[in-house]
Design a protein around this ligand. Sequence first.
Ligand code: DC
Length: 223
Amino acid sequence: MKNINIAIDGPAGAGKSTIAKMVSKKLGYIYVDTGALYRTIALFITENNIPDEEIETALEKADVSLRFIDGAQRVFLGDRDVSDLIRTPEISMAASRTSAIPAVRKYLFGTQQKIAAENNVIMDGRDIGTVVLPNADVKIFLTASAEERANRRFKELSEKPNCPCYEEILSDIIERDRQDMTREVSPLKQAEDAVLVDTTELDLEQSAEAIVKIITEKTGGGK
Ligand code: DC
């Protein structure tokens, strides 16, 4: 039987990964965070100081893989688990820039399609419903206002030392939105057949429930 594929796209900070993880637990699907793949490539490019014109060739040697440990996704560069290392603001910005390079998108395209062909997945990213899984069973476009996204991020970071101020976080979010939406290849946009879910006024549990309801209605009920 064909596996069920759910695509969740949307801008940075809309809560995609937290919400998609909750939904995947409720439905028993594998959750795939494709942003982690782009971040890992950005780490590879940054650590090795690879100039743009050499990226395509260098990627042949980049051994990026996803592993699922106790149901949770971990991302590896060779034998190194880099899942935590890729979560810095520098790598966020670098990933936003390097993900616009066609060779990078081409490199990750097959990896993402293969996982979706072999599993029931909830896959989140920017171009899952439009490019990677155009035939996904359900497509969700998850968003929230830039101010609300900055607010959530600020609350998350405010307990850490050297936390950036709200204005800095907001301007980073606006800049990442701009880069992700205006790039030539696979820009972030809502697929024509995607359902829009705006979480500005919703908490995590309400957002997850709204999505489970959409999926259940469209697939006739989970697995
Ligand atoms: O979801 P995230 O913030 O971890 O993603 C990091 C960057 O990767 C983001 O700025 C855009 C890019 N990305 C992409 O271009 N396509 C995807 N499917 C997922 C992420």
